[in-house]
Ligand binder design. Structure first.
Ligand code: NI
Length: 285
């Protein structure tokens, strides 16, 4: 009888120690995974890890899904920007030969921007787009051929989006995060085909038309308010020079330039796919 009790006790102790070992092992793996996902900033190493992790999952069914995908989540709004006056400046139709220097100027000012790129131009400016991503600016899609999606067929819309994201994947291993329709033209039916938020704007200096540095600057200064999304094009030196002057003055007034996704997150919600956004004012207190 005593011998039997001892045996049962031994089995219990053995089982308990196995369970304890398992749970502590799981705990440490989870901590590692959390650390790697919070480190998922704009480094090329993390992208490589994401790609490898995707491939691993694809070839080993039944393994844990990756915590991140190649459609990187938008960078969150840093906590210290809560309550600040925020602006999002956006550049369409590039990249161009001016974009690399523009990124450097933005970096010098601590300003973040969002670039809505035409996919057919992406392979011409790989270093520019790498620099853009490494600097923490946001990658946006403006279709592959600057196509009016409202007039395009469903297949054309899908193809325009896929081709652009494929081009970006080739260059920086990441798809675009947000979308802007060329000519600002869209319909709910076409947006339903696009798995990204649709970013419009609230400040439009018509820089492509006026091509005048002073006028671009003046129109931004006259119309930008907390939560505005400003539209410019990185194809014209006048747009870039006027935009940078306005950025300097707005920073001096206490504004902080963030990416579109960060701006849209200011009131505690992430931007929704297929939904158009024009600005994001601070929530009424
Ligand atoms: Ni455009």
């Amino acid at each position: 009888m005593n011998k039997k009790l001892v045996s049962i006790s031994l089995v219990c102790i053995l089982l308990l120690s196995i369970f304890a070992g398992c749970s502590s092992k799981n705990g440490s793996e989870k901590t590692t995974a959390d650390n790697s996902s919070s480190d998922n900033s704009s480094t090329s190493e993390s992208t490589t890890t994401e790609k490898m992790s995707d491939e691993l999952t694809a070839t080993q069914p039944g393994t844990q899904p990756p915590t991140t995908t190649t459609q990187a989540p938008p960078e969150g709004l840093p906590a210290d920007l809560n309550g600040k006056k925020l602006l999002a400046i956006t550049f369409d139709d590039g990249p161009s030969k001016y974009t690399y220097d523009l990124i450097q100027e933005l970096n010098n000012r601590g300003a973040k921007a969002t670039f809505f790129m035409v996919g057919s131009r992406v392979s011409t400016f790989p270093d520019t787009i790498k620099f853009m991503k490494e600097s923490g600016h946001e990658l946006g899609s403006h279709t592959f051929n600057h196509k009016n999606i409202k007039k395009a067929s469903d297949d054309e819309v899908r193809s325009e989006m896929t081709q652009t994201d494929d081009a970006l994947m080739t260059v920086v291993g990441q798809k675009s995060i947000v979308f802007r329709p060329p000519e600002g033209s869209y319909s709910a039916e076409k947006l339903a085909l696009i798995d990204k938020p649709c970013i419009m704007w609230s400040v439009d200096p018509l820089d492509w038309k006026i091509k005048d540095e002073q006028a671009v600057h003046d129109k931004i200064m006259a119309n930008a308010t907390d939560g505005s999304i400003i539209l410019l094009h990185d194809l014209y030196p006048t747009s870039i020079a006027g935009g940078l002057r306005a950025i300097d003055e707005l920073i001096a007034q206490g504004y902080v330039f963030v990416t579109v996704s960060q701006l849209l997150e200011r009131n505690g919600q992430q931007a929704e796919n297929q939904k158009p956004y024009f600005s994001e004012k601070p929530a009424a207190v």
